[in-house]
Design a protein around this ligand. Sequence first.
Ligand code: GDD
Ligand code: MN
Length: 357
Amino acid sequence: MRLCVVAPTYNESGNVAELARRVAASLGPSGWELVFVDDNSPDGTIVRVREIGAGDPRVRGILRIGRRGLSGAALEGMLSTAADCVAVIDADLQHDETLLPKMLDALESGRADLAVGTRYAQGGAAGGLSRTRESGSRFATTLAKRLLGVELSDPMSGFFMLKRTDLVALAPRLSPDGFKILLDLAATAGGKLRVAEFPYEFRARNAGESKMDANVVIDFLGLLLAKATRDAVPVRFLFFVLVGAFGLLVQLAAFLALRGGMAFEAAQAGAVVAAMTANFFLNNAITYRSQRLRGRALVTGLLRSYVAWGLGAVANLAVATWLHGAGWPGPLASVAGGLMGAVWNFAVANLFVWRVK
Ligand code: GDD
Ligand code: MN
């Protein structure tokens, strides 16, 4: 088996048969397989995939339950094969599958280690993107190049191919979150893979709709942070601290608003509750978006975080007082207490509120 083409799918039932037909037309009778990795799409994509596979042994499907994410699905597909080379392609026919043989040839002849379909080089075009999406994509490209030093004209491309052994070597350090698996690969490989670019025209989506949304943008920022800090600090903690810093502003604003009519202690208590509430909802939307709480779990989660973070304030105070008593200068002891509180709050949020596995 020379090549495994992986197509992650979420609600692509109207596209999988056509993709399979086109990939077969492009790659010929044998030496390849096409693997759809479906996150249990409500539109029954996997049923269509099983039907195609029943008549064509070159096509198979992986069904993932209780998980979502393009990068994770692509990784899982690429790790499921014994083929020498692995490729990722969108299932909605936006990528140009006729490039697959040329990309494969670049790898097999040893000319390159990573073959990338690009919209932003001579001969490429991003025709299938709206104006807003195109400028967003260009901005993200510039940001990624600057921050990560990735030398690709289109690091946001979802269309690429590499040798399976290279992928397997890099896989433990790749993030399953978000859309940007190629950027992650290139940044993690740190220039060790020789790149060949293949310009193509990004087509308009066939059936169905795009899954790109605000979460995908947050995942992208998280990936940039992770790679820019060389994976030194967990990205989740960075988001948690940013949310916490914003919570401090909420606390100040609430304090100023309440102070007019109340005693200092009452105003401060109200401000702390306001800050914890804001932090809870922001963390639920951003930091813990992959296990976002909803409905009843949202209410219990909020109550739990009041209790847990209340204890965090006690820990903060205890550490600061202890260090100050041990002779540390006041501001230093105070910051150390704050740090202690932040780490405590993060730990209990992970363990008891959002229960990260
Ligand atoms: N399994 C799985 N799980 N597949 C997913 C998920 C998911 O959560 N989200 C999206 N997909 C699949 C889609 O079904 C589609 O086959 C492919 O991933 C791309 O998703 P789209 O929703 O069509 O994304 P897009 O067109 O906005 O952006 C794509 O093309 C860009 C240009 O190449 C992505 O591939 C981007 O990464 C890429 O920059
Ligand atoms: Mn698409």
